[in-house]
Ligand binder design. Sequence first.
Ligand SMILES: [Ca+2]
Length: 462
Amino acid sequence: MVKGIFSPLEVSGNFFQRKYKKSSLVHSGGNRKMHCLIFLFLVINFSSRAANRYWVGPSSSSWHSTSNWSNTSGGSGGFSIPASTDVAIFDGGSTANCAINSGVEVLGILINNGYTGTITLSGGVSLVINSSGFEQTGGTFTGSGGDMYVQGPFDLVGGLFTTTGILDVEMVGNSAPPPDIYMGFEDPSEPLEPPFYRPANPNGTGNGCLETTTWNVYYVRDVCISPTVDVNHYAIERSTQQKRSGSHSLRFYLKPTPLNQWPGGGEATHRAELGPKYNSPVAHYPAAGEEVWYGLSYYFPNDFVFAPENIENDIRFVIAQWQHGSPGSSIIALEVIGDEIMLQRQTGNSTSSTWVTPDTITTITRGQWMDMVFRVRWSRTGGIVQCWVNGQQKLNLNNVQTVYNNLSNGGGLKPGIYYWRWKDQQSVQNTLNAGITHREIFIDEIRQYKGTNGYQSVAPGG
Ligand SMILES: [Ca+2]
C-alpha cells in the first residue's frame, strides 16, 4: 500500500489519470485494462456482499435523502442511502446534480459516462470511500473544500474532477498490469551464453563486430571491438558495484581503440549494447499505431568525466536506442552530450534520414540512480515521446515522427553504449584530450509494456 496527499487538484479531459506511487506524482494516459479490472472488482462486490445504489434524484437534490436512491438504474426512489458497504452509482438513470452536505462513507463511487450532472462535496465535509474506490468516466465532481479519503483505487478516465480540499488516495497494491519484459539482472543464469572470444590481430580488418551471443531470452550481446585489440576492451556484465534494486545491475564498459593500434582497413571499437533477440518471446518491433512504455534506471559513477558540452562536437555517445531492425539509424535514441541526457531524433526515410536538433531531457547527477520512464506512440505522423525522470515529466513531444516513412514498424529498445564517433581517429583524440579514457555506466530495472497508461507497469522500483 502506498499513500499520498494532494491538494489542490484539478483534472479534466477524457484521457487522464492521476495516481500516487511512493514519492512520485504520476500523470499518465487512460488505462482501459485498469478500468476493466476495477469494473470486475465492483461487479464481484455487487453480487456478494455490497448493495448498489443508483442516483435517481431530482435536480439539485441532496445525497442524504432515501427518495433519491434506487436499487436499479433509473428506478423508483426510496431505497437506503449508500453506506460503508454500498457502491453509489451515477449513470444515465438520472443526470441531476447531487449535493453532499454532511459526512459520507461508502464502499465505492462509480460515475459513468452516462452521467452529465455535477456532484458537489461541500466545504468542511468528509467523504470516505472504501476498498472499491472512486472511478469517474463522465460528469463533474467538485470538491468545494471538502476532504476525500479514498481507501482503494482512484481512477479518473473522463469527465471533470476538481477539488480544493484534501485528496488522500491509497492505492490497492499491484493494481497495474505486469510488464511484458522485466530485467533486474538478479538471475545468475543470465547471460545464457559466455561472451565470444577473439584474439587481437595487429593487421585486423573488418568491422570488428563479435559473433552475437545470447544474453537472455529477450536480448543478445551486440559488440564491436577493433580487430586490432583484445575483446576485453568492453564489458557487459552483472555487477554488484551498483544496484537500483536487488543486489546487481548491468555494467556497460567501453574503451576507445588506442591510436597506436588503429585498424588499417577496419573499424575501430564503437559498440557494447544489448540488442533485440530475433526470436524473443516478446516481439521487439511495435507496429505503427502501437504505444509502448519503457522504464529503466541509469547510474553514472562519480568518476564519470563530462565532456565539454557542445552538441556539434564529437564527444557524445548513445546510451539507448530504439532500433527498427532495418538498415539505417534509429529514429530515436538517448545520447549523453556534455552533462546532459538528450533525446536524439531523425525524420524521413531510414536510409536517408534527417537529423533533428536533440531535446534535453535531464542533467546527469553522478553517483545517483536516475529512474526514467518513456511513453512512445509509434507513428509516421502522430507519434508521441514523453519522458519522466525520477517521477517528474521532462519531455512531452506530440505529433512527431517515430516511424520512418519507408517502414511499417517502430523500434526495439537497445540499451548500452554506442560510441559511434569512436570509429573516427580524430574523435578518439578529442576524447582523450578531454580526459576521457573510457565510458562506464550501470543500468538496472529495465521494463517494457505495450498498451496505454503503462507508467505504473514500467516505473523502476524495488
Ligand atoms: Ca537489480
